[in-house]
Write a protein of this length. Structure first.
Length: 165
């Protein structure tokens, strides 16, 4: 079983799509660890604020199966297949890490955004403070402690609970 962490974001009806995304991840992966949720401005384009969080799960699936599954969930929740990188999204699911793998192809693991974006690092550090970044050799708690604290992140209460079966 691989320990995976997924960055989740939405800025189109974000509370609805975050909850729907969590429901879909739960049905697919089973028990989830869910970070606090933060509101942050769109980055790289002008758009509505995003809700961002990090989700942890255990998965027996291959890296490629996890990647494909995340894309499928995005598409099922209204993300266009030809969506531009910097654009509004109903649901954005980014695989942040897969165990302690370090890759550049077919995707970058761990994702660079962990080290550069407060809206990824803060919820990830709160969810898994002792997770050690396999490239820089520091825990997420250490990385967040040394991150510039001027990022405009606002905590948001999330009204999600495990779906009934």
């Amino acid at each position: 079983m691989a320990q995976i962490y997924i960055g989740m974001g939405s800025n189109i009806d974000p509370m609805h799509h975050v909850c729907a995304g969590l429901d879909a991840l739960y049905r697919w992966l089973g028990p989830l660890a869910v970070s606090p949720v933060y509101r942050s401005p769109a980055k790289g384009f002008t758009g509505e604020d995003f809700l961002n969080l990090v989700v942890g799960a255990q998965s027996p699936l291959s890296l490629e199966a996890v990647r494909q599954g995340l894309r499928q969930i995005e598409f099922q929740h209204g993300r266009p297949r030809d969506a531009k990188k910097f654009s509004s999204r109903t649901l954005d699911l980014d695989l942040l890490s897969f165990d302690d793998w370090v890759l550049t192809e077919p995707l970058e693991l761990p994702r660079a955004e962990i080290l550069h974006n407060a809206f990824v690092l803060r919820p990830f550090a709160e969810l898994a403070p002792q997770w050690c970044h396999p490239v820089v050799g520091r825990t997420l708690a250490e990385l967040w402690q040394h991150f510039p604290q001027d990022a405009p992140l606002q905590p948001v209460a999330l009204a999600w609970s495990v779906p009934s079966t």
